[in-house]
Design a protein around this ligand. Structure first.
Ligand SMILES: Nc1ncnc2c1ncn2[C@@H]1O[C@H](COP(=O)(O)OP(=O)(O)OP(=O)(O)O)[C@@H](O)[C@H]1O
Ligand SMILES: [Mg+2]
Length: 599
């Protein structure tokens, strides 16, 4: 395409040059020819004069001498010489024997001398004698006798023709060289002119294709340089604009794909134009398939379809909480819908955002449960306190025996109430945002000894044996007060949920980076299903039995929180009727929070 551009420039130019050269040749050729002919005539005229001068002293009648002289002269001048008598008889001839020649009076060059005004004749004609074309030149000869004769010189035209040919060759060759030079110069010039334009065109094509990195060479040429500079500025601007656009697009895409909520766009025809990745999780199906399909054909939840229909009808932003059953679960969603209105105030579609609030709902439920549980747990001791106090006031306080019995019950119930309130306070403190451990180097072994000392009496009542097995160092970092709290809770449970004559074993084993702590009992145990639940607040495996043991179900919840605060791993092994083992892995060194997530 570009070469054609160059061709279009060079082709007419070479045509013009050719035309000019051809017409120049047409003028110069004949001109040179004429010029040369003139020179030849001049020469022949002068040579004739020389011959005439030479013949002045010669007797024309001495034929042999004349013939010899003519031959010699002709040889020197390189012409044909003929001496013709006034009557036309040939007296001497340089090329042949004059006697063989016929009368020459009627030769036109002689005739023109006879009749001519210039006294000489000229003629180009084929000579049978020589067998070539000759240019004849004749002049009158005057001798002493006064009878006129003629001198005729003949010049071979062949020579002239070859000179003509030379002239033409010379002209042709020089014109050809000139043409070549002009062509080379012209193509160089056009190259110089065309290249920046070609460059600009190439870049423009690249830009049109979307390659905004393309740049042209600006060059020094004023006009084209200006053009190319402008194109480069244009390309740069385009690049920047697309870059910004791409960045924004990318940002938007990342935002849409990674937002915590599901997002669906529907156009006015009802086709789903966009579904983000989150929708996959929300609806537990391949929502990619939904794209470009009618919403009521692919969305299975009637509540959502109704919500969308309402949105199309009202064209007003709406918000609703929907409970959907997805798979086997119920899920709660906060659904926001809004119309998309274009600049022309026309509806372009709608956008719907699904926020999964199942966890929130669960938390809400947990809070409600917690309040109900707390009230329930508080109600029992308070009712009993109130009942016994009223009975005392109603007269029982006068009876010493009853009074003592009731007051003991009141004291026990208050203690239980106090314990419950203490546990609740502890729990809220541990769960609180500002809870901090007092990290120290401690020995698990000595803490266990302290706890054994504290709980020895309690174990003795049930005729239980408390034993301890230690392997290696038991030194860890931790909050001594909280670790003691953990151990008290675990051993207390072991005592509480083990029948009389059972045994409780505490094992402490040093490992590479950690110290393993175990409390094993030979108690009632619990089923696999119960294990994760016993760490919930107020959870008791068998409420009636546990109530008898005096528990409220907060102990293990506290243990779990404290273990987490220490980054310790907590696990339970239990067989119903055989016994239970609570296991804790304490790290010897303090760990960065977040390093223990795998448990
Ligand atoms: N060693 C154990 N053997 C068998 N069951 C246990 C054991 N430890 C705990 N449990 C079960 O787990 C439940 C929750 O224990 P948790 O310590 O949290 O509460 P609790 O002992 O009932 O009351 P408290 O708040 O006074 O400790 C208990 O009610 C009991 O059913
Ligand atoms: Mg307990």
């Amino acid at each position: 395409m570009m070469s054609s551009y160059r061709f279009r420039l060079i082709f007419p130019l070479s045509l013009i040059v050719l035309l000019v050269l051809a017409s120049l040749g047409a003028i110069l050729g004949p001109f040179f020819k004429e010029f040369y002919l003139e020179r030849m005539s001049d020469r022949i005229e002068k040579e004739s004069a020389a011959v005439v001068y030479h013949l002045q002293d010669i007797n024309l009648n001495d034929e042999e001498f004349l013939q010899n002289t003519i031959v010699e002269l002709a040889d020197r001048l390189d012409v044909r010489i003929t001496i013709i008598a006034g009557n036309g008889e040939v007296l001497a001839e340089s090329t042949t024997d004059p006697k063989e020649l016929d009368n020459h009076i009627n030769r036109s060059e002689i005739q023109s001398v006879i009749h001519g005004e210039n006294e000489n004749g000229r003629e180009t004609r084929y000579s049978a004698t020589v067998g070539k074309e000759l240019l004849y030149f004749a002049i009158p000869l005057e001798n002493e006798e006064g009878d006129g004769g003629f001198l005729r010189l003949g010049l071979e035209m062949e020579e002239l023709n070859s000179i003509y040919q030379n002239i033409w060759t010379l002209l042709f060759v020089s014109f050809f060289i000139a043409f070549l030079i002009i062509l080379i110069l012209a193509s160089k010039l056009t190259n110089q002119m065309v290249k920046p334009i070609e460059d600009a065109r190439r870049v423009a094509t690249e830009l049109a294709k979307g390659n905004f990195n393309a740049r042209t060479f600006e060059g020094a040429n004023l006009e084209t340089g200006e053009l190319n500079r402008s194109i480069n500025v244009l390309a740069e601007n385009l690049e920047q604009i697309t870059q910004t656009y791409e960045n924004q697009q990318e940002r938007l895409e990342t935002l849409i794909e990674n937002m915590g909520s599901g997002l669906i766009l529907i156009n006015t025809k009802g086709d789903i134009t966009l579904v983000n990745r989150k929708c996959n999780d929300i609806f537990e199906e391949d929502t990619e398939e939904w794209k470009n399909k009618l919403y009521y054909k692919v969305i299975k939840h009637k509540k959502i379809i109704k919500f969308i229909q309402e949105l199309f009808l009202t064209e007003k932003p709406t918000r609703k909480q929907l409970k959907l059953d997805v798979g086997i679960h119920f899920r709660h969603f906060d659904v926001h819908g809004a119309p998309i209105i274009g600049y022309d105030e026309k509806l372009k579609g709608i956008v719907i955002v699904f926020l999964n609030i199942t966890e929130l709902k669960k938390l809400e439920q947990a809070r409600k449960d917690f309040v109900a549980n707390v009230s329930h747990e508080l109600k029992t001791p308070v009712t009993s306190l109130k009942g016994f106090t009223e009975t005392l006031l109603d007269g029982a306080m006068d009876d010493e025996k009853l009074r003592k019995q009731f007051l003991t019950i009141i004291a026990n119930e208050s203690e239980r109430l106090e314990g419950l309130i203490y546990d609740l306070l502890e729990l809220s403190k541990i769960e609180g945002a500002h809870f901090q451990l007092d990290w120290q180097n401690i020995s698990l072994d000595s803490i266990v000894d302290e706890v054994f000392f504290m709980l020895n009496d309690k174990a003795k009542v049930k005729n239980m044996k408390l034993s301890k097995k230690v392997v290696g160092s038991t030194n860890i970092v931790g909050d001594p007060h909280r670790i003691k709290q953990i151990i008290i809770n675990l051993i207390n449970n072991a005592i509480a949920y083990t029948p009389e004559d059972g045994s409780i074993t505490v094992r402490i084993k040093e490992q590479n980076e950690a110290v393993l702590f175990e409390v094993e009992d030979t108690g009632i145990g619990m089923s696999k299903k119960e294990i994760p639940r016993v760490f919930e607040r107020f959870y008791r495996v068998d409420r009636a039995r546990s109530r008898n043991s005096g528990g409220t179900g907060l102990g293990l919840a506290i243990v779990k929180h404290l273990a987490e605060a220490h980054h310790a791993k907590l696990s339970v092994d239990s067989i119903v009727g055989k016994g239970t083992t609570f296991r804790l892995m304490f790290y010897k060194q303090q760990r960065e929070a977040g390093n223990d997530k795998e448990g």
